[in-house]
Design a protein around this ligand. Structure first.
Ligand code: AMP
Ligand code: MG
Length: 400
């Protein structure tokens, strides 16, 4: 287990261990943003429910449009018109049902009024400005599939078929514990020598919440085997998954790995990823466990690349992430690495197309590299990059 696992292989192994989705609960649709559908939602109705007008104008039979037409009725949205009398037109408004017999709507800009009569100046084609029944959604078809993360437009779509409540998976409860004798919680006073503020707790809370999951705070754990074991066990009892930061490397003060092995099992450790080589995955009892590195940039990158896909699968999310994009490297990588590297970059729309600009300090301890970037450029092991080369880029907005 001492060799470094390639990222793709680690991901495959981790995903194979994602437990079944959490229990289902029903939410009012208005509160369902970011929730994950637990069932396919079928529509009981056609949307729109009947042919209706896409314009303010006049509904008519095209064959009648050769002569000025009297207006035989007025149909506003929400009203139901009578069958259209031959040789007449109906004044109609956007969204109003098309009266039986009409085969087009002429928008009012293409008509001129001659006293009481309507003269059509641009003859329509059949069906023009008619939105056919069911053109958006047909009855008895799937509106949205199980596993869909509900976006604002999805909430609207579900409302359009009359749903007021939706079955969703209960948000995963993810316990986060931060290891390290040197850590001080922000707000708990000023720093002594050798101390630093616990930033990982906040990064991880944000990452989890932006996934719609529940952050369970397991606090700071000192670098001590017994305290680590106690904290891991109680976190595992309180959550669907436990995530730790730090303490998972090879030093004498790194206790997480050994305690996870004692309380459960370790399935993998150490990835060929940069930043973030020390990463552990296993179980504490039956609860999945992910041990992230301690360095703040490594926490972010390894969470996004390994923990996030795992948690998404555990949450029952079935849709893939949007694909990465290609950008022109505005930097060079002269020395090929042994690990897959995720450079923090800013993607800008330059004249030649998308351009990735590398943040200056890529040290795994420099969290500014993540805050002041909007993407990760993927540099596979064994490759170099010349300025102007095309590189694969993952947008942070899609990850975090
Ligand atoms: P470790 O893997 O525990 O040796 O930690 C690696 C580095 O990350 C050390 O410099 C730690 O001080 C730092 N670190 C660990 N945990 C945190 C944290 N929660 N917030 C900020 N930095 C941390
Ligand atoms: Mg430590």
């Amino acid at each position: 287990m001492s060799s470094l696992l390639p990222v793709a292989e680690a991901l495959e192994r981790v995903l194979a261990r994602a437990a079944p989705a959490p229990p289902v609960l029903e939410l009012p649709l208005i509160d369902a943003l970011g929730a994950v559908l637990a069932e396919d939602v079928l529509s009981a109705v056609d949307v729109p429910g009947e042919d209706n007008s896409a314009m303010d104008g006049y509904a008519l039979r095209i064959a009648d449009a050769v002569r000025p037409l009297p207006v035989s009725q007025r149909i506003a949205a929400g009203a139901v018109g009578a069958p259209l009398q031959a040789g007449t037109c109906a004044r109609i408004f956007t969204g109003a049902a098309i009266p039986p017999g009409a085969d087009a709507v002429v928008m009012q800009e293409n008509c001129s009024l001659e006293g009481e009569l309507v003269r059509v100046t641009v003859v329509p084609i059949p069906g023009e400005n008619i939105r056919p029944r069911g053109q958006d959604i047909a009855a008895n078809t799937t509106v949205l599939p199980r596993g869909r993360v509900l976006r604002p437009q999805d909430m609207g779509l579900l409302a359009s078929v009359g749903r007021a409540r939706v079955p969703v998976y209960r948000p995963l409860r993810v316990a986060v514990l931060s290891t390290g004798d040197e850590l001080v919680e922000p707000g708990a006073g000023s720093l002594g020598r050798g101390q630093l503020y616990n930033s990982n707790r906040y990064t991880l809370a944000g990452l989890l919440r932006s996934l719609g999951m529940t952050f369970v705070d397991a606090g700071i754990v000192p670098d001590d085997p017994e305290a680590t074991a106690r904290a891991l066990a109680s976190a595992a009892a309180a959550a669907d998954c436990v995530i730790s930061s730090g303490g998972v490397s090879v030093g004498e003060e790194d206790h997480v790995k050994a305690q996870v092995q004692r309380l459960g099992s370790l399935d993998l450790w150490r990835l060929a990823i940069k930043p973030g080589k020390p990463l552990a995955f296993g179980r504490i009892g039956a609860t999945p466990f992910i041990g992230l590195p301690g360095n703040p940039s490594s926490v972010f990158v390894t969470f996004c690349l390994v923990a996030r896909p795992f948690l998404r699968k555990m949450q029952g999310i079935s849709e893939p992430d949007p694909p990465p994009v290609q950008a022109r490297a505005a930097f060079a990588v002269h020395r090929p690495g042994t690990r897959q590297e995720y450079l923090r970059v800013t993607l800008v729309a330059a004249e030649q197309g998308l351009e990735a600009r590398r943040f200056g300090n890529q040290s795994s301890g420099v969290l500014s590299s993540v805050s002041h970037s909007n993407a990760l450029a993927v540099i596979p092991p064994g490759t170099t990059v010349a300025e102007g080369d095309s590189v694969q880029v993952l947008l942070l907005d899609l990850l975090a």
